[in-house]
Design a protein around this ligand. Structure first.
Ligand code: SF4
Ligand code: SF4
Length: 247
């Protein structure tokens, strides 16, 4: 018998509903246990579409869905005659429904994969086309700039008057900006030097009293020494005559 068991009374009646059977355990007792197929052929004799239900059963059970299609599983109208006459109480139609749903699911997956592949190829083609167009645009702009430079006449030298004043004002603004930039760089370098010095470890920390006293004595002796000349410690050692000869 065709149809599905509806587990809930809230299921709606739709346009495709042909018949409703109010079942009862007396009308539809629990099916007897399924037994192995004995290949008696009774199912094939009653099939209205002259299919081979026992072959379809074997291939569905083995998940060989390609073979089920070779045996025309989609010609099965799920009438249930084969299941009804089967002496082994095999729910053949359930096997056929399972095989059909698996084939449909695989077909949907294949269609989705094909669509994704097509989208990916189209996207790659579009990216390549846009890249080529951009390169072409850039090359065209570069050639236009080159030709403009070739045909542009030489500008006459600037004369006194308002244009010269504007030029001198622009030069002054540029020199001010340069001075500000240099001052900012010098300040940054000074900050970096101070930070570096403060980060360096000092070897006068954590000394004993005796060591500190010794350092203080050295510092006192260094304080009374004359200041080092600007030319460095070796500047005095150069004889004046030699210096004059070098000049
Ligand atoms: S009727 Fe049942 S036991 Fe007989 S061949 Fe078909 S599936 Fe097998
Ligand atoms: S359910 Fe399918 S295979 Fe079985 S008898 Fe009906 S049409 Fe044939």
């Amino acid at each position: 018998m065709m149809g599905f068991e509806i587990p809930d009374l809230d299921a709606p009646v739709v346009k495709a509903t042909n018949c409703i059977i109010a079942a009862s355990p007396g009308l539809f007792p629990p099916p007897p246990p399924e037994m192995p197929c004995i290949r008696c052929g009774a199912c094939a004799e009653v099939c209205p579409h002259e299919l081979q239900p026992f072959e379809l059963y074997w291939f569905s059970r083995a998940r060989n869905f390609g073979k089920t299609q070779e045996y025309y599983i989609f010609d099965c109208i799920e009438c249930g005659c084969c299941s009804y006459v089967c002496p082994s109480h095999i729910p053949l139609v359930q096997y056929f429904r399972f095989a059909k749903s698996e084939i449909w699911a695989r077909e949907r997956e294949k269609q989705a994969a094909d669509a994704a592949k097509e989208r990916f190829e189209l996207r790659n083609a579009r990216a390549e086309r846009e890249q080529a167009e951009k390169a072409e645009r850039l090359a065209r702009a570069a050639s236009a700039r080159t030709s403009e430079k070739k045909v542009a006449p030489e500008r006459p030298p600037a004369v006194d008057g308002p244009p010269a004043a504007a030029a001198s004002e622009a030069a002054a603004t540029a020199s001010d900006a340069e001075a500000i930039r240099k001052a900012a760089i010098a300040a940054a370098m000074e900050r970096a030097r101070a930070q570096r010095e403060s980060a360096q470890p000092r070897n006068t920390d954590g000394l004993s009293t005796g060591q500190q006293r010794e350092i203080a004595a050295v510092e006192a002796r260094r304080a009374v020494l004359p200041a080092t000349p600007a030319g460095g410690p070796g500047a005095d050692s150069v004889p004046p005559a030699a210096s004059q000869r070098d000049e």
